[in-house]
Design a protein around this ligand. Structure first.
Ligand code: SAM
Length: 358
């Protein structure tokens, strides 16, 4: 594995709220090496905010419960109050970037939004892609930037874009020279994305693929294992799939990896999330600690529900590594997740960052 630099911090900026005379930022952060968080650099839109009141190292029993082995996770919460008069009015409806400072250096950026006005889909549709709509949108924007070096001008493919959850934060991050393409198998969601996100950001385009999936599209007529992405070769700097391989059989994952390799430019990157089965996750599943009971083997994949296997699917880590290496991808980073009851973990699902050679 050609490794990315180690992460400095773990945390999240969970809430940004507008109060009567100030904006309040709430979240938690700790340094992975156990060093103190010395402070924060704060940017709203394109304005650096230097005047704010910080309360740091507040008790965080909930964080400790999830990350007991992470240093200082029991005192990781912070509260930041920014007086309203220091925020220029044009910075509302923009990204908030909070950068923890550790040992004189900047740690990974935590993202959220200040009074975002881009509409969100109906609750039923938000739940259909896993919920926590804006939180997940901002969390993954952070993963893309901190772990895969995403830049605002790049050309991006969101394979299995759902109802625009990740597109939501990208709509605030990518500039007008960027290209965003998304496709999904749920027609209603693609229509929503086209009528809302594309209307606001014309360089965001969405396409429907009528592929069969027992969980998401039982009327689909296209077989996923034969599907060719509707884009020419070597178009994208960055391809991502968030919580999509967790709904696909092994042969479909293999086909998608081949398609991702084809559409990536030389040197391009892919971030994908999965449930990887290995000694640790299998032991946790056996001991009843996992949130996904992936015990039924079916067509080289593992599922928890034999009635609707695509509701949640895992794959052997050794097989996934063989597939990506056979395609000549480099695995530039692997971050194990919390899904199986593992602690600590970087995100809920496991995450891989693949690189196509230059
Ligand atoms: C849990 S949702 C995640 C959606 C989106 N990636 C996100 O993070 O919000 C899973 C998505 O995978 C899509 N999906 C399932 N099979 C697919 C396939 N063969 N190709 C593309 N998308 C697929 C579903 O329609 C659904 O939108």
């Amino acid at each position: 594995m050609d490794s990315n630099p180690p992460l400095k911090i773990q945390g999240c900026l969970g809430d940004v709220t507008l109060e009567q005379d100030h904006v309040c930022l709430k979240g938690w952060v700790t340094s992975i090496a156990g060093e103190p968080i010395e402070g924060f650099k704060l940017i709203i839109g394109d304005q650096e905010i230097t005047q704010f009141k910080l309360e740091n190292n507040l008790p965080s029993p909930d964080v400790y419960q999830l990350f007991p082995t992470l240093p200082n996770s029991n005192q990781a919460r912070f509260l930041i109050h920014i007086p309203l008069e220091v925020i220029a009015p044009e910075q509302f409806n923009h990204l908030v970037q909070l950068i923890p400072l550790v040992n004189g250096e900047e740690g990974e950026i935590l993202f959220n939004l200040l009074e975002s006005s881009l509409p969100v889909p109906e609750k039923e549709d938000r739940l259909g892609v896993g919920g926590s709509f804006k939180f997940v949108a901002c969390d993954f924007l952070g993963h893309f930037i901190n772990k895969a070096q995403l830049k605002p001008h790049e050309s991006i493919l969101d394979a299995g874009c759902g109802v625009g959850r990740i597109a939501y934060s990208l709509a605030y991050y990518l500039d007008d020279t960027a290209r965003y393409e998304g496709f999904d198998i749920v027609e209603k969601w693609i229509n929503w994305n086209q009528s809302v996100i594309h209307q606001h950001r014309p360089n965001f385009n969405f396409q429907w693929a009528n592929i069969y999936n027992k969980r998401y599209n039982t009327e689909g007529t296209i077989k996923v294992e034969n599907y060719s992405f509707p884009y020419a070769d070597e178009q994208f700097d960055f391809v991502f799939l968030t919580s999509v391989f967790t709904h696909l059989y092994a042969n479909a994952v293999q086909n998608y990896l081949k398609e991702i390799y084809r559409v990536l430019k030389p040197g391009g990157r892919c971030l994908c999330t999965l449930f990887l089965l290995n000694e640790e996750s299998e032991a946790l599943i056996k001991s009843g600690k996992s949130s996904q009971n992936l015990i039924h083997e079916i067509e080289d994949s593992f599922c928890s529900d034999l009635e609707i296997p695509e509701a949640s699917m895992g794959h052997r880590e050794t097989s996934v590594m063989q597939w990506v290496e056979a395609l000549d991808f480099t695995v530039s980073a692997k971050y194990y997740g919390l899904w199986c009851g593992r602690t600590p973990g970087t995100s809920y699902q496991d995450m891989l960052i693949l690189k196509k050679p230059k």
